[in-house]
Structure formats: structure tokens, C-alpha cells
Ligand binder design. Sequence first.
Ligand code: HEC
Ligand code: HEC
Length: 235
Amino acid sequence: MSRGRIIRDTLAAVTIVNIGVIWVAQAAANSPTRPPDLAKGAVIAAQGLPPSVPPCAQCHAYNGASDGSGAFPRIAGQSAFYLAKELRDYASRVRTNAVMTPIAKALSSGGIADVTAYYASVKAPYLPLASPDAMLIERGGQLAKIGDARKDLQACDSCHGPGGAGEPPAIPYLAGQYEHYIALQLTMWKRGLRNNSPDAMADVAKRLDAQDIAAVAAYFQQVDASAPAATQPMK
Ligand code: HEC
Ligand code: HEC
């Protein structure tokens, strides 16, 4: 074997080994091997990670109930899988928001795992809110439980579970979620401004008019999430 050939083969082998090392390092960075740390997640919620990540509690409250304004979603007890997916979607801009996109981008995958595990574990009370229009709630309840055959719209509960209690891990609860937030998200999907559920939610939202959106949003906000239908989804 010539000297040149040996050097060439050695270089090729070294290159392959290097590629292997890079690949293993990347795989380790992408899939955190340690389990999520709730205590670390609680610190992110309370204090953020200065200077780039503000405390989540500023807007979502330390217990994840946010506040009654409905500007911020309730995230307490939502599955860690769903919350983490939304943060990745904000970071990749398939879902965009002026506040959440930079926060999500500043979190590491480990930070996302920790803070979402923390909020998923919290049981927060539901804030007392003014009860909206009874007619609106009735119409919203029909859409939620039965859907609307004329619009070829299936019941929300067929995916979100009885009483909108959620079908973890992928489908969030709507029971007790804020009216204002639900209405905004449905409008964003309808207008093509939230793009992270192209098959399910974009299609559903396009079948809803403004009155339907107001109705389902008012209905789900007042669903008692502690009622049996909401807490014991039929499997
Ligand atoms: C300054 C206010 C603010 C802070 C601080 C904040 N958020 Fe948010 N968060 C929002 C707003 C507003 C939305 C709704 C945005 C939208 O319409 O998509 C939101 C939405 C979310 C969602 C999507 C929930 C859902 O039901 O789809 C998650 C998850 C979330 N925030 C997690 C966090 C975490 C974790 C932190 C801390 C690291 C945090 N947020 C800090 C304002 C904030
Ligand atoms: C075919 C299944 C399906 C049906 C039917 C459905 N949803 Fe959804 N919905 C989903 C999925 C999946 C998600 C999670 C999307 C994501 O990953 O961001 C979702 C998310 C949502 C969200 C966002 C919640 C949050 O915290 O941001 C709202 C609001 C919502 N749905 C309302 C409704 C309403 C109201 C109806 C009935 C009119 C309905 N959905 C019917 C599958 C469905």
C-alpha cells in the first residue's frame, strides 16, 4: 500500500469518526436524557432566566391561572407535552406572538421541559368571572357537544373530550379557559395567523362565524372543570 493511500484512508476514517461524534453530540443536545426537573421549572416560573427570559409568573401567575383579563391563557394543569409543543411552535414561528416568540427562543430544550413539567403539575383554582349571556352559552354548548350539521362541523368535545376536559397529551383542555383568549385563537386560525394545527383547528375555525366563536368561547369559559363530565373523560 502506498504512503499516499494510507494517509488518505486514515483521513477518511478520522472524518467518519468525527461525523459520528458530531452526530452523537447533536442527538444528545436535541433529546435531553435527564428527566424534567420541577424545582428548576418552578424557579423559571418565579424568576425567569435573566436577562432574556422574564418570569412566566408576570403574566401566567405562579400557579398558572393567569388573570381574569383573558389576555393570557390559563396554563395550569395543561399537559407538558402540549405546552412544550406550543413553545417550540412559537420558537419556530409556526405560531407567532410578539411576547411569546422571543421568550420561547431564549429557552433551552431542558428549560422548556422543566417549566412545562412544572405548570402541568400545578392545580390552580378557577377565578370567579362574570357569567355571560345565557343564550350565547346555550348556542356554544350545542356547538361544543353536538356540532352543526349544516356547517359540516363536528362537536368540539369529539376531540377536546367530554366537557372540553382535554385529551392529553396532544389536545388541550378548554373547560375554564378564558373566553377572550379562546375567541382570539379561533379568529387567528380562521385568518391564517396561527398555523400550528393546519388539519384540525384551521379547518374547524373556518367553519365558525363571529357569532359561533363568541358562543363557544363564552360556553367553555363557564364550564365547571371540576364537574364529573369534565374530569372523567370517557375513554
Ligand atoms: C409578558 C407576558 C408573558 C410572559 C412573561 C410569559 N407569557 Fe406565555 N403567553 C403570553 C401571552 C400573551 C400568550 C398568548 C399568545 C398568543 O395569542 O399566542 C401566552 C401563551 C403561552 C403559551 C401557550 C398556551 C396555550 O394554551 O396554547 C404557553 C405554553 C406559554 N405562554 C408559556 C409561558 C412560559 C413557560 C413563560 C415563562 C418562561 C411565559 N409563557 C411567559 C404572555 C406571557
Ligand atoms: C378534529 C379534532 C378537533 C376538533 C373537532 C376541535 N379541536 Fe380544537 N384543537 C385540536 C387540536 C389538535 C388542538 C391543539 C393544536 C395545537 O397543537 O396547537 C386544538 C386546540 C384548540 C384551541 C387552542 C387552545 C389553546 O390553549 O391555545 C382552541 C381554543 C380550540 N382548539 C377550540 C376548539 C373549538 C371551540 C372547537 C369546536 C368548535 C374545536 N376546538 C374542535 C383539535 C380539535
